[in-house]
Design a protein around this ligand. Structure first.
Ligand SMILES: [Zn+2]
Length: 652
């Protein structure tokens, strides 16, 4: 998802607002000055057979499997999608299950839904008179028996009562559901449709009834879809057939299985060429959109067949207005689909460069963290500002320049967190948005170097400024649906994202950090990590007790203010007294300048604060100190930099 402040056309320099030592109201209860509470062991659930001592999955780890066979038809005249599906559900848990919980996310758009009322008029709105899913038959196939399922709907949820419980450790059922819904024009900024000069662009997500997660932590997780909180989904394989009018192009998660049936011979040839090309190849060029030669002859609708394996979701887009291009990176088909409205100018490039941006994103993150696991990556221009799905993302048709790069890089960054590493987004936005903001920061610097726009990266002074605003008065670990106002952008994205930058650049150093973060990504790929699994993996792989960091950064709203209190000469050296003026503790980055021109950089471990807020460094150097600077390279989110410098008075 795209943070509010990164919406399109806001590639503005974000100004920081460092204002002295303004106090966050939440800091009224300062920790006792010993800081012992900050350094105490961080409370985490005890390791068990499911989740191990070192943070990885334990020997008894299990998760459910949900695979889907879906047939859907798009009727643009009514903006309706009708479908039937079979959910192949496997119970790998040690529990027998007598009921099943499913998500009906289209019901967010039913007038009077919980989300419609909570989000009245805001970004997550979207209810309209015809909104909501209409269910047809719901049938369970269990142990060779087929029976109409006893079920009830409650808002965005459905519960099915099984006639007999599913066996533990391998029991299976198939659930057959028929459904239809009218596509909202604006679907909570996550899906919807956009009218263009050459027809509607449909972006389809949260569109089919699907399983809630059953896990070892909560059992069922039937949290209603309220809008702001995102998704927690099982892994499985998807076979999806989408039938659309003949003049439509359909793009989706996974591989297109039947290009010969839905493309012209020339388009099949172009697509094959794109599969081995570093250059971007037009499959449907701008001038070809809407021409008879651009579609196979005939008049009947066409059925597009897709498959993606080991995925937590499946999304798609369809339009008669699509320009479509493609390219290859290391066997992965990179594609962009966009209407004419997405084209830019040489001065302000638009979607004609999207596939080039995709190449950077897919190759860069593959090299840094984990190889992109799916066969195809599609960027779609439409009404959605920025939203991520496995192998396909939706970005605003109005995005241009660094804004388009930034949103493409962000949404596809989500293919690592949370599409690959399947965390619980509805509870822990920071484990997907925050981690993604962190990897985006380095990706932007890699692509643009120093000309990377500030809104696409993150910095200590920006964070320090925001931490003092009312928007930052809830801790990162707050569930997204409980965040006030526009708090999500800071607590879900910026603060946790910068927290990982801090861990990497100040606390652990690049080598230890990268090794640990890669370990987390690999161990939890295609699985369901909890916050404690992340915390433990980072500690185990780096060899560091980070209790003070998790507590300070993730569970409090404390600020950081390090101060040079005094510098005293003596015959054998210089005493530099430092104080910690606010609640957060961090290592100290100290620069000392001597009158002979020498500069000494000294890093002090965070443990200098373990016994109090007052620390004196005895510098065994007979040189005459003329200047002392805390955090000279602005790596720490220090809220008051006016007390970071000591300069020897000229009279001395
Ligand atoms: Zn996001």
């Amino acid at each position: 998802m795209l943070p509010r402040h990164l919406t399109i056309a806001t590639v503005l320099a974000l100004t920081s607002t460092i204002q002295g030592s303004a106090q966050n109201p939440a800091n009224a209860n300062r920790l006792p000055p010993t800081n012992q509470e900050m350094f105490a062991p961080f409370p985490m659930p005890a390791p068990n057979g499911h989740r191990g001592t070192r943070g990885g999955p334990g020997p008894g780890y299990w998760q459910q499997e949900a695979s889907y066979t879906i047939r859907a038809t798009l009727d643009p005249a009514a903006h309706r999608v009708s479908g039937s599906e079979v959910i192949h559900y496997t119970n790998n848990s040690p529990d027998t299950l007598s009921d099943l919980w499913l998500q009906l996310e289209q019901n967010l758009f039913r007038p009077g839904s919980r989300g419609a009322l909570i989000n009245s008029g805001n970004r997550w709105r979207g209810s309209f008179p015809a909104g909501g899913v209409r269910l047809g038959s719901v049938v369970v196939v269990q142990d060779g028996r087929r029976y109409p399922a006893e079920h009830f709907e409650d808002d965005t949820r459905m519960r099915i009562a099984l006639e007999q419980p599913m066996a533990a450790k391998g029991g299976r059922v198939d659930i057959e559901i028929e459904w239809s819904f009218v596509v909202p024009e604006y679907g909570a900024d996550r899906m919807g449709r956009l009218q263009t000069q050459r027809g509607w662009v449909y972006e389809m997500a949260q569109w089919y009834p699907r399983m809630y997660v059953y896990d070892d932590v909560e059992g069922w997780n039937p949290m209603p879809y309220l809008g702001q909180g995102e998704f927690y989904l099982e892994y499985g394989d998807f076979d999806v057939e989408i039938t659309a009018p003949r003049d439509f192009i359909v793009v989706a998660s996974g591989s297109l299985l039947n290009p010969g049936e839905v493309l012209t011979a020339e388009q099949v040839k172009r697509l094959d060429r794109a599969r081995t090309s570093d250059e971007t190849i037009a499959i449907v060029a701008p001038a070809e959109v809407g021409t008879p030669a651009s579609r196979p002859s005939g008049s009947a609708p066409l059925t597009w067949k897709f498959r993606i394996e080991n995925s937590r979701d499946f999304s798609w887009a369809a339009s008669s207005a699509f320009i479509w291009d493609a390219s290859n990176w290391d066997g992965i088909l990179l594609q962009s689909a966009y209407p004419h409205e997405g084209l830019g100018t040489p001065d302000n490039p638009g979607w004609e460069r999207s596939t080039e941006y995709l190449r950077h994103t897919i190759s860069y993150y593959s090299g840094q963290w984990f190889r992109f696991p799916w066969p195809s990556a599609v960027n779609v221009a439409g009404v959605v500002g920025g939203m991520e799905y496995p192998g396909i993302v939706f970005c605003s048709v109005r995005a241009r320049g660094q804004g388009l790069f930034g949103v493409t890089d962000h949404e596809f960054g989500h293919n690592w967190f949370p599409m690959l590493v399947g965390s619980d987004e509805r509870r822990y936005a920071w484990m997907d948005e925050g981690f993604n903001t962190f990897i985006n920061h380095y990706s932007n610097l890699e692509f643009y170097g120093d000309s990377a726009s500030r809104s696409q990266r993150t910095s200590a002074d920006f964070i320090a400024g925001r931490m003092q605003e009312p928007i930052a008065d809830q801790p990162i670990l707050t569930y997204p649906d409980l965040l006030r106002g526009n708090g999500l952008g800071f607590m879900g994205y910026r603060k946790p994202g910068f927290g990982l930058v801090l861990l990497r650049e100040v606390v652990l150093g690049e080598n230890r950090f990268v090794r640990a973060f890669k370990a987390y990504t690999a161990e939890w790929a295609f699985k369901h990590p909890q916050p404690s699994d992340f915390f433990r993996t980072m500690e185990a792989a780096s060899g560091e007790d980070l209790s003070w960091f998790w507590r300070g950064w993730f569970t409090t709203t404390e600020l950081l203010d390090q101060r040079v209190a005094a510098v005293t000469d003596s015959t054998d050296g210089t005493r530099i007294r430092l104080t910690n003026e606010a609640g957060l503790v961090m290592p100290v980055l100290l620069r000392v300048e001597f009158d002979d021109g020498r500069t000494v950089d000294q890093r002090l471990p965070v443990e200098i604060w373990a016994t109090g807020d007052d620390y004196t460094l005895f510098l065994e150097d007979r040189g005459r100190v003329v200047r002392v600077i805390l955090d000279p390279e602005v790596k720490l989110p220090d809220v008051n930099r006016t007390n970071n410098v000591w300069v020897r008075p000229t009279s001395e």
